[in-house]
Design a protein around this ligand. Structure first.
Ligand code: PMP
Length: 401
């Protein structure tokens, strides 16, 4: 992985120690390479990015417009507008003081880790994980303790694996259900089994990233609801980006115990202040709006999922489990790698070849801490999916015959 921040990066510039080991995201590298090939006139299908292809619903945009015209264009309270905090709290059976609104769920996570981690503290991260987790941990000069959860484990952390990963320095367990990149969803029983281990380890807090909650194709279980005994050390992370196609509006939120929320607000107060006033008005309209559109969009994504998984499993060398949530297929490419007699040295090698040969951009599993897989986002139109999948199938057939 290309390390971009080292003391010798350039001349007089000396990055802080906390920047050591921060890598240029593999997702960004693939997107840049795809953009470069496009600029050269190549026709590229990109399945790389993690955002819905649907537009933000018009009534949400109208609410933002209305709020701006009504003069809601000033600084907002650091922790969020009372109206939005109250609406989030009401849905979570919690109180305003338990809610912090931030500039995206990403900032919620950054606030929580900045507010709690000292150098050398450990954060347990089941792998594959969303790349930002380990990088924020690094910026905090803490240690990401990654626990590989391969496909045969359903990409999920078991109570035994958790027990073994806990040390006296563990501060957080970061869970993400539905998961980016694997699409795995923890059931209520699985959450309760992990909670039993955590009950015996009161020094470990739980960050439950549920940003894909509304993009679940079966049952969804929230950690806080299933593990009430751990309420005083559980932070639930959610936001508007994925469910309502609002990635550019930058609104996320955290729900947790008051002292943690207050400490997170103190961090946010110095770094960015309150989130955008107009975006908060839009997010309020989103969470109070009709859920019919969410269901409709979820159904579209589900049918795309079924097509994509079937197509990937029909390709030589790829093996894909059905994701129960989010909009990513995370397929094992072990059958195409050298140890199993395939032509490629690594998942990254395969992705480079697919981009150059077939003009299809995927992200290698190693970007998510689990080499030997590729991630394909299916938040793309049917036409793009058909085009990209048939290009992949032809290219892989060619090299396998
Ligand atoms: N968590 C996960 C698992 C994600 O995939 C993302 C977006 N890629 C986020 C959090 C952050 O979302 P945002 O900052 O847009 O709210």
């Amino acid at each position: 992985m290309a390390v971009v921040m080292t003391p010798e990066t350039s001349g007089a510039f000396r990055p802080a120690n906390r920047m050591q080991g921060l890598a240029l995201s593999e997702i960004v590298q693939i997107s840049e390479k795809a953009a470069q090939l496009r600029a050269e006139g190549r026709d590229i299908v990109s399945f790389g990015t993690g955002e819905p292809d649907f537009p933000t619903p018009p009534d949400i945009i109208a609410a933002a417009h209305k709020s701006a015209l009504a003069g809601q264009t000033r600084y907002t309270p650091t922790a969020g507008t009372p109206a939005l905090r109250d609406a989030i709290a009401a849905q979570a059976n919690s109180g305003r003081e338990n809610v912090l609104v931030s500039t995206g769920a990403k900032q919620v996570i950054a606030n929580a880790l900045m507010a709690t981690l000292d150098p050398g503290d450990e954060v347990i991260i089941p792998t594959p994980y969303w790349t930002t987790y380990s990088d924020i941990v690094r910026i905090c000069q803490a240690v990401a303790v990654t626990v590989p959860c391969p496909m045969d484990e359903g990409f999920k952390l078991s109570p035994d694996m958790l027990e073994q990963a806990i040390t006296p320095r563990s501060r957080w367990l970061m869970l993400n259900s539905p998961s980016n990149p694997s699409g795995a969803v923890y059931s209520a029983e699985e959450i309760r089994a992990l909670a039993a281990v955590l009950e015996r380890n009161p020094h470990v807090w739980i960050l439950s990233d549920e940003i894909y909650e509304h993009l679940t194709y079966g049952d969804f279980a929230s950690f806080a609801a299933e593990a009430p005994a751990l309420k005083e050390r559980t932070l639930t992370v959610n936001g508007a980006s994925k469910a309502w196609s609002m990635t550019g509006w930058r609104i996320g939120w955290g729900i947790g115990p008051r002292p943690l929320i207050a400490a997170m607000a103190a961090v946010q107060g110095q770094f960015t202040s309150g989130a955008s006033s107009i975006s908060q008005a839009a997010a309020l309209a989103a969470i109070q709006g009709d859920t019919a559109l969410l269901k409709e969009r979820c159904a579209i994504l589900k049918s795309r999922r079924d097509r994509v998984v079937a197509a990937l499993n029909a390709m030589p060398g790829l093996r894909c489990r059905v994701p129960e949530g989010a909009f990513y297929a995370f397929a094992s490419c072990a059958g195409l790698l050298k140890p199993e007699g395939g032509p490629f040295k690594s998942d990254a090698d395969l992705c480079r070849w697919l981009l150059e040969d077939a003009g299809v951009a995927l992200v290698p599993g190693r970007a998510f801490g689990l080499p030997g897989y590729v991630r394909l986002s299916f938040a793309y139109s049917d036409a793009e999916l058909s085009d990209g999948l048939s290009r992949m199938a032809e290219a892989l057939k060619r090299i396998s015959s």
